[in-house]
Write a protein that binds this ligand. Sequence first.
Ligand code: ACO
Length: 321
Amino acid sequence: MSFYIAGTGSALPGKVVSNEDLTAFLDTSDEWIYTRTGIRRRRVLTDETLNGLAVLSAQRALEDAGVQGKDVDLILCATMRGDTVTPSLACAVAEAIGSRAPALDVNAACVGVLYCMEIADSFIAAGKAETVLIVSAEAMSKLLDWTDRSTCVLFGDGSGALVLKKGAGRLAGVLSTDPDTHVIRMPNYEGLNSPYNQSAREPLSMHMDGGEVYKFAVNAMGRNIEEVCRLAGIAPAEVDWYLPHQANIRIIDASLRKFRIRKEKVLTNIAEYGNMSATSVSVLLDEYARRGTFKKGDRLLFVAFGAGLTSGAVLVEWGRG
Ligand code: ACO
């Protein structure tokens, strides 16, 4: 026995930054960004905290699922960096929702929510949990070099959440790492002033070899789709909805082309939010769930890639409690 998705939520910063807005301080254009990535605008944290967004999305998911904080057995937060190094974002969520469940952060970059789903699956299968809260939250705007036009135009901030309950909705899942610590890299030497360590400090900002990431992403997304469908005993064409990580519309198109999937089955919101790292798929899920897109029995396939290089896919049936 594994899980089904019992509720979803999301919360986004109020500040909308369009591609045009970026031209005020960067040598870029809406045309360059949109044609290469599919991004029109993104949300950026101003006076909100990441903890605040995470708590809001968690509360919305709990309400949607009809679950109270005290009834959650495990809290997993997918994030690359919360407001504080410690305590974790997951502990901040636990405090706000009145839960005493074990709570921890999971850093698998953009694949974080899929890693959390598979951890939840193991806890539930082992009889250690019946209700799991997964929250994703990323403050990408705090991790970027805003003078580097090749990275800062790509990302956005936000939070999403899912409540998983014991049930038969998960059909299959695959996770993997193709270890490479260079093509996407973000050092964390901020504030280091040990008198015993004089090594050079790298700036806290993202370095990315866009071309290499692109090649890895297309390959890994295709591979994970094939593998998760094989495990579930279905063909990729039998999936009702694809929820791919929203990094670049060209990556999404190129990954799915060989499966000849109808365009309307592939859900996207990258134009509105850019790449929100771990939180891309959870915000995507919440938006389409709230529009009533998914019907009982529909098969949803989550697929993602990220720094590490991590990748994975999870296939679920909607509403199988
Ligand atoms: N505006 C205008 N010009 C730009 C910009 C910009 N914002 N950024 C780069 N350029 C220039 C470059 O300097 C280069 O100029 P040059 O030819 O004079 O040297 C030119 O545009 C072409 O640059 P490329 O890097 O070749 O552009 P490409 O078409 O490959 O697109 C992109 C770059 C969008 C980054 C693409 O490689 C990509 O999407 N890669 C994957 C990135 C990704 O998915 N990251 C997410 C994973 S990380 C994570 O999720 C945590």
